[in-house]
Design a protein around this ligand. Sequence first.
Ligand code: CUA
Length: 384
Amino acid sequence: MTKKKLKQIFFPLFNSLFFIFFISCGFGFDSPMSTFDAQGPVAQLQKDLFLFVFWLAVVVFFLVEGAILYASYRYRQKDEKLPVQIHGNAKLELMWTILPSIIIVIIAVPTVMGIWKTQVMPDEEKSIIVDSIGHQWWFEFRYPEEEIVTANELHIPENKDVIVNIESQDVIHSFWIPKIAGKIDMVPNHQNKLWIKADSPGIYYGQCAEFCGIAHALMKFRVVVHTKEDFEEWKNDMRTPPAALNPGSEEDEGRKLFIGNCSMCHTHDSYKKAAYHKEIQNQSNRWEEWKKDKEYSAIVSAPNLTHFGNRLTIGAGLKENNLETLSNWIENPDNIKIGTRMKNHAAIYNSDDQFLTSNEIDQIAKYLLSLKPDRVSVTTYTNK
Ligand code: CUA
């Protein structure tokens, strides 16, 4: 083979390999879901392990491919004679058994150490405990010690160990915050635990990472990492009622419509004392109701909407939370996310005499956006 021919083969091969590498990295090492931009000790450990195995594999790849190419060229057919047969060569057999075994051990040691390190939960006394429950297709977050419940937005302080107790109410989901830790299955009737810790304040992206039905790819959440002080403020916020509404205002009309049409499934007042245990009971009752009649049940499990006006997104992390997106969502959830139980079960979409006018929809949206603690609110953070 001439040098020119070799060049013709090697350059495209080399270029395509690099192209595939960058495609598989999603081009962006700092995109919102990139595991290459680790922002906490758990994600860092997982990233370091990945890169260690990756570069080891790159070395093995070039050695093996190099040997194949060298051998194909060096020992190419020159005449009709059979080459020397190496079947049963003890030296070679030993070499290609022992060498891969050593490589496997080199990979296994840090992997097993990493598993041990991430599976042992930090001291509960010194950690924040959060229960996260997967639902088709949204995330519920409960803080048992603080008796706070919320949905689709996980709030934690910076630089503090957090133990997330992970379960599902319906099917298997998976809990994943790429920049902070990944990922663990959310299984019905079985609790998994995940240790997470974030280095610095900001808004992080979470995503369901296990196929769980039609809206799986649209099952997201946000993680708001606060400074220590802001996290205390947030907890106080969650116990503070919203300001009273002016009777007759658009928001107040919306409140009446919400109570009449939405409040069987959506709780909006978990700032009240003792509301926490009631909400857990309600969510379980809703589930039982839906199980009894999956097609026509008027009650289904639904996200808690306490202080919804402060939420960053709607539809479980899908759109920015504002009057336009929210009205659009209430008008027809299919506009944003297909398959929701809200669309399939709520009377306002399914019963001829209960459809809402666009004015009524706007009033409900304005009411929901008014649901904010009646006190000076916490800092806003930027996306990470
Ligand atoms: Cu939940 Cu995928």
